[in-house]
Ligand binder design. Structure first.
Ligand code: DGL
Length: 271
């Protein structure tokens, strides 16, 4: 048993979709979350800047007693994970491999769509991972740079015309190519599941990478006998690099439940 907390970080609010999965799949675990709300988005930046930001995020989290870190950001997972792994001995899990495994399991016709930030799609990490798992797959990728600002602005519900139009513009070309599985390759996108489902219909499986990463983490912790034991839990602690109030405004939507625990602003440039 290991009662240390699980660290989670993202460029902003999107990683809370992974915290929501932690509540469902690993209830009782303590969580330390960092959302770099002052510097979001990462997905429009260069690989070097994304790594520099992500390294600061990891250094901040390593100041806590953690047993592992979940990189709940598709962009950081695609661009910077190998270099982050060198920073510590505790396991750091990205979202790519678990999402790739889930997509390969889900597809029947071997045609998989991937949507994500510009940096994620440009990195080619999903394509490489999918083709390594099965070289016969057909991968159709599409950067969707305008979706993160809309989600961070709270425009993610069905009926939000501007978001629906954009999703349609981005995803229709993939549907025309007959995909039967779509990786929502950015942790902000599960908030748009209603809009994606309406457009894609029931025959396209939607993969939520944050959920898949937490599911992989549960396996890892249970194999290593590192699940949290008894004793009082500390719960969840949230850190952000911009206004706590702004974080609280939408956090519940991402978590699909109330924010348990304190929210505190930090200066990430000090790490
Ligand atoms: N949550 C980030 C991701 O999964 C996207 C937001 C950003 O561009 O920073 O890629």
């Amino acid at each position: 048993m290991d009662s240390r907390a699980i660290g989670v970080f993202d460029s902003g609010l999107g990683g809370l979709t992974a915290v929501s999965a932690l509540r469902e799949l690993l209830p009782g675990e303590d969580v330390v979350y960092f959302g770099d709300t002052g510097r979001v988005p990462y997905g429009t930046r260069s690989a070097e800047t994304i790594f520099r930001y992500a390294a600061q995020d990891v250094r901040f989290l390593l100041g806590h007693e953690l047993k592992c870190i979940v990189v709940a950001c598709g962009t950081v997972s695609s661009v910077a994970l190998p270099r982050l792994l060198e920073m510590t001995d505790i396991p750091i899990l990205g979202v790519i491999e678990p999402a790739v495994r889930a997509a390969v399991r889900a597809t029947k016709n071997g045609r998989i769509g991937v949507v994500g930030t510009s940096a994620t799609i440009r990195s080619g990490t999903y394509r490489e991972g999918l083709l390594a798992a099965n070289p016969g797959l057909e991968i159709i990728s599409k950067p969707c740079p305008l979706l993160v600002p809309l989600v961070e602005d709270g425009r993610f519900s069905e009926g939000c015309t501007v978001t629906e139009l954009l999703v349609e513009e981005y995803v229709s070309p993939l549907l025309k190519q007959n995909i039967d599985t779509l990786i929502l390759g950015c942790t902000h996108y599960p908030l748009l599941t209603g809009i994606f489902s309406k457009l894609c219909g029931p025959d396209v499986a939607l993969i939520n990478p944050g959920y898949e990463a937490v599911s992989a983490l549960r396996e890892l912790l249970s194999e290593n006998d590192a699940l949290r034991g008894g004793g009082p839990a500390c719960g969840e602690h949230y850190y952000v690099s911009d206004s706590e109030q702004q974080f609280l405004q939408y956090a519940e939507m991402f978590l699909r439940g109330p924010v348990h625990g304190q929210v505190q602003r930090i200066d990430i440039e000090n790490y």
